[in-house]
Design a protein around this ligand. Structure first.
Ligand SMILES: Nc1ncnc2c1ncn2[C@@H]1O[C@H](COP(=O)(O)OP(=O)(O)O)[C@@H](O)[C@H]1O
Ligand SMILES: [Mg+2]
Length: 238
């Protein structure tokens, strides 16, 4: 048995009286692309925020490559190899593209950050074109690419993505999913939260379905995609 890269056990996250995440357990193995799907309010972002340290964990354990994540300050998580593209992109609109990227690699020495930016903009040509432009003037799709690139600044081996395709035009949505799949194929393990269930199940190895703070289904993404009850609840007609 191999140990999972990320292992979450009996996780509970509450906001005052609201129990957003209720005793969930799941894992991501090295090399996997795992997706968590579920309706608005199901607790997906709270789960990701518990991993990244943005949400307070009421109880449970989260370990990454054998290290207890809950006792670790946020900056140490980047050093361990965890990258994040947060919900709503959180691009700093009044900073340039370059400054946003530097913010993603704040733990890196300046020269290393510059070298990483040079590498990343080859992958994201639109960011190269706009490197000194204020990020608030970018389109939604461009801002999403920037959010992902910023998450890649520290060359993570594990990337957390919260609804990267939200609010984007269909063509850009496809580009985002292609990019996520490519990163995984290059060896980055990925935990993807998405409302686009069809596309997520198409690129993921495994999936978890969340409802009201709990995991109600899990399995191979292709099996879930073919499951009539999943179809009815999350994929609609066609
Ligand atoms: N900061 C917060 N304060 C209070 N309630 C919150 C907060 N964030 C999320 N919630 C509540 O927790 C539940 C789960 O939310 P969330 O994790 O954002 O779900 P999802 O990402 O699946 O849409 C919802 O009922 C939501 O209203
Ligand atoms: Mg969310």
């Amino acid at each position: 048995m191999t140990t999972p890269l990320l292992e979450v056990s009996n996780l509970n996250v509450s906001y005052g009286p609201i129990a957003a995440v209720r005793g969930i357990s799941f894992c991501v193995n090295a090399g996997e692309l795992v997706t968590i799907i579920g309706a608005n309010g199901a607790g997906k972002t709270s789960t990701l925020n518990a991993i990244t340290g943005l949400a307070t964990v009421a109880s449970g354990t989260i370990s990454f490559d054998g290290t207890d994540l809950l006792s670790l300050p946020v900056e140490r998580k980047a050093q361990l190899g965890i990258g994040v593209s947060p919900e709503g992109r959180r691009v700093f609109g009044d900073l340039t593209v370059r400054e946003n990227l530097i913010a993603g690699g704040i733990s890196l020495p300046a020269r290393q950050a510059e070298a990483r930016i040079d590498t990343l903009v080859e992958r994201f040509p639109i960011l190269k074109e706009r490197i000194d432009q204020e990020s608030g003037t970018l389109s939604g799709g461009e801002q999403q690419m920037l959010a992902i690139a910023r998450g890649l600044m520290t060359s993570p081996r594990f990337l957390i993505l919260d609804e990267p395709s939200l609010g984007l035009a269909p063509k850009i949505v496809s580009q985002v999913f292609e990019l996520v799949q490519q990163l995984n194929q290059e060896g980055v393990s990925i935990l993807l939260v998405e409302q686009n269930v069809r596309k997520s199940l198409a690129i993921a190895h495994r999936a978890y379905v969340m409802e009201l703070g709990q995991i109600v289904r899990d399995g191979d993404a292709s099996n879930l995609a073919a499951d009539p009850t999943i179809h009815q609840a999350y994929l609609g007609a066609a």
